[in-house]
Design a protein around this ligand. Structure first.
Ligand code: SER
Length: 344
């Protein structure tokens, strides 16, 4: 019988989380990693995976990949982030919802076929929450998973719905069929704003944090698009990858939920600026709030309660705010732009 090669499959692999995940997963995993993105990967990552340039909406392409590879686990990262999604809600729905549905169907079929659940890892977001006003945001400082599931962005609606779809596919899919299928194993983390030293985000609304820092490291002035007092949680990228990998590795019976909050530190935009200034004292950071983007961030929680993740699968970030800046962000960002500044 023709055997297909077992792989871990990453969609959205050229994005911020994808690039960081590839490095870590390649270090841990013996077998092949198959990756998919509309864009090519940077050359240093291309060597670590088998990369396919294409769309998650291309069913013919996905069908072809399934004939060649057995997907043991899927990291479905492809998405349009919150700011971009507001400008093209229809495209966001296609990528974020139809794309996820397509991948879930593929994983469901594969689970049945191999008589073993495909693990489906899905990054969700603080955008799945929506607090109605600033007073409520102050009153509910540490939001639990089930509170304020009333997102006010297209992206947040998409993420929340796909969390539900994922749980449907892993618990109730084909519930009226004569024979119960082997269902997939869906697991999700709700990330706060992520900050990478190696990449800059595009199209998100928590982007002011990383943008401030990357601008400072390049000696460029930066006008922050939210008010100084705006507070949301953040996380350094290595911890985001660790959260995905740790949740993926957790024994299924220890998980009492399928969607978990994870967080690391919470900062106001003014505090974020203070940290940047500590390391880049010359940085020129001003505040010029954009009322509309501002109101999106105002609807996101000031902090997340991630005690369920800590309890069920031992979640603990490696980087608090001090370590994130001192040991990860500042050294790597400085190196990155120094190297870039040197003549070839
Ligand atoms: N960082 C994301 C965004 O700003 C939130 O998940 O859209």
């Amino acid at each position: 019988m023709l055997m297909r090669e077992k792989v871990a499959f990453i969609t959205g692999a050229a994005g911020e989380v994808g690039q960081a995940l590839i490095k870590q997963l390649a270090a841990r995993r013996k077998g092949r990693i198959l990756s998919l993105d509309l864009r090519p990967l940077p050359p240093e990552l291309d060597a670590l995976v088998t990369h396919v340039q294409g769309s998650i909406l291309d069913k013919t392409l996905l069908e072809r990949l399934v004939t060649e590879y057995e997907m043991e686990e899927i990291y479905h990262l492809a998405a349009l982030l919150s700011t971009r999604a507001e400008f093209s809600p229809n495209a966001a729905h296609r990528v974020n919802v139809t794309g996820t549905m397509t991948l879930l169907e593929l994983a469901a079929e594969q689970s049945e076929w191999r008589k073993e659940p495909v693990r489906f890892m899905f990054p969700s977001s603080i955008a799945a929450f929506g607090l109605p006003d600033l007073r409520t945001k102050l009153d509910y400082a540490h939001v639990r998973e089930w509170e304020w599931n009333t997102p006010r962005t297209m992206y947040g609606c998409n993420k929340l719905y796909c969390e539900m779809l994922g749980q449907y596919f892993s618990n109730h899919y084909r519930q009226l069929a004569a024979e119960q299928p082997v269902m997939l194993d869906f697991r999700s983390v709700r990330f706060p704003g992520l900050i990478s030293a190696f990449t800059v985000p595009s199209g998100g609304t928590s982007d002011y944090g990383p943008e401030m820092l990357h601008a400072a490291a390049q000696g460029k002035p930066y006008a922050c698009f939210v008010r100084e007092d705006v507070r949301i949680p953040f996380m350094a990228m290595p911890d985001a990858v660790k959260a995905l990998l740790d949740l993926a590795a957790a024994p299924r019976e220890s998980l009492r939920r399928q969607v978990y909050n994870v967080t690391s530190f919470s900062l106001s935009a003014a505090e974020f600026r203070e940290y940047v200034l500590r390391y880049f004292p010359e940085a020129q950071i001003t505040f010029q709030p954009d009322v509309r983007r501002q109101s999106i961030v105002d609807s996101w929680p000031a902090d997340l309660d991630d005690s369920a993740a800590r309890r069920d699968w031992g979640w603990k970030p490696d980087y608090d705010v001090e370590r994130a800046f001192a040991d990860y962000l500042v050294p790597n960002i400085s190196k990155r732009y120094q190297n870039a500044a040197q003549p070839a």
